[in-house]
Design a protein around this ligand. Structure first.
Ligand SMILES: Nc1ncnc2c1ncn2[C@@H]1O[C@H](COP(=O)(O)OP(=O)(O)O)[C@@H](O)[C@H]1O
Ligand SMILES: [Mg+2]
Length: 248
């Protein structure tokens, strides 16, 4: 499992600061730079292995799936090379619409229960080339719907319209929703929040998903200060860039 480290600043930061929407100048450049690295590795892997539909998941809630998925999608679309669809598949706790400032209804839930058509749930975002499907209204038992034929048919139809389809999923251990996606997606990216999730939980979640289905792991929440190598070689560089930016 080789994948870049995502070195977050701290977990109490306002979510807006953690998402690289155009015009967000408040983000930590070291944090946002990690997503460019993630994008490059992801793009290489997706092209080499011919992957299109990829789910971002984790063992438990609060590990950084939503911000990682949104930032990866934004970076992929911003390169101008990829047409990206980002889908909120966490139908119990749909956070993407709020994070990306798009209207939450109707969304995937409405499509799955048959009250909305595809055209009604795909939204444009402020990032050219990136479209988003919000989760929609909360439904209590989404696992069967996500594992079912209607969602399978939907993903099959949407494949030809996008270069990359990213799914922001619920956590694996508390609910069965993500396990039902194993046969629907080309692979999973795991987010592991260091110092927050016990390693045994990561291990259990990896076993449940199946190691061969995992494309890589994003390590979230490693304090830059705790990484001496990183600070020594990149810290000064970024501080200087920031200083330059502030004075121009
Ligand atoms: N590296 C990070 N730096 C700053 N804030 C973070 C970081 N990782 C997660 N957060 C914050 O922690 C909370 C949970 O993240 P989120 O992406 O919603 O997790 P999940 O989708 O896995 O439940 C959010 O408020 C988010 O902004
Ligand atoms: Mg989430």
């Amino acid at each position: 499992m080789g994948w870049p480290f995502l070195q977050g600043k701290n977990h109490n930061e306002d979510q807006v600061r953690a998402i690289a929407l155009p015009g967000n100048e408040d983000g930590d450049p070291r944090f946002l730079e990690q997503f460019r690295a993630l994008r490059a590795k992801f793009e290489y892997k997706a092209e080499t292995l011919k992957l299109k539909v990829v789910a971002m998941t984790s063992a438990i809630a609060g590990e950084g799936k939503t911000i990682s998925c949104a930032n990866l999608a934004i970076n992929l679309a911003s390169s101008g090379r990829k047409k990206v669809l980002l889908i909120d598949v966490d139908l119990r706790k749909s956070d993407l619409a709020g994070a990306l400032h798009i209207s939450p209804l109707p969304g995937l839930s409405e499509y799955l229960i048959g009250s909305a058509a595809v055209e009604g749930i795909v939204r444009n975002s402020v990032v050219p080339g990136m479209q988003v499907i919000p989760g929609g209204a909360k439904i209590t038992a989404p696992a069967d719907l996500l594992a079912g034929e209607r969602f399978r048919g939907f993903l099959a139809a949407i494949r030809s319209r996008f270069d990359i389809v990213l799914l922001d999923t619920p956590p694996i251990l508390p609910v069965a929703d993500t396990l039902g996606l194993r046969n629907q997606v080309d692979g999973f990216i795991f987010v592991f929040r260091a110092g927050f999730t016990p390693y045994t939980m990561l291990k259990q979640a990896v076993e449940e998903i199946g190691e061969t289905n995992i494309l890589g792991v994003v390590l979230n929440g490693v304090e830059p200060q705790s990484c001496k190598y990183y600070e020594r070689y990149y810290g000064k560089y970024y501080r200087e860039i920031r200083k330059g930016k502030e004075t121009t």
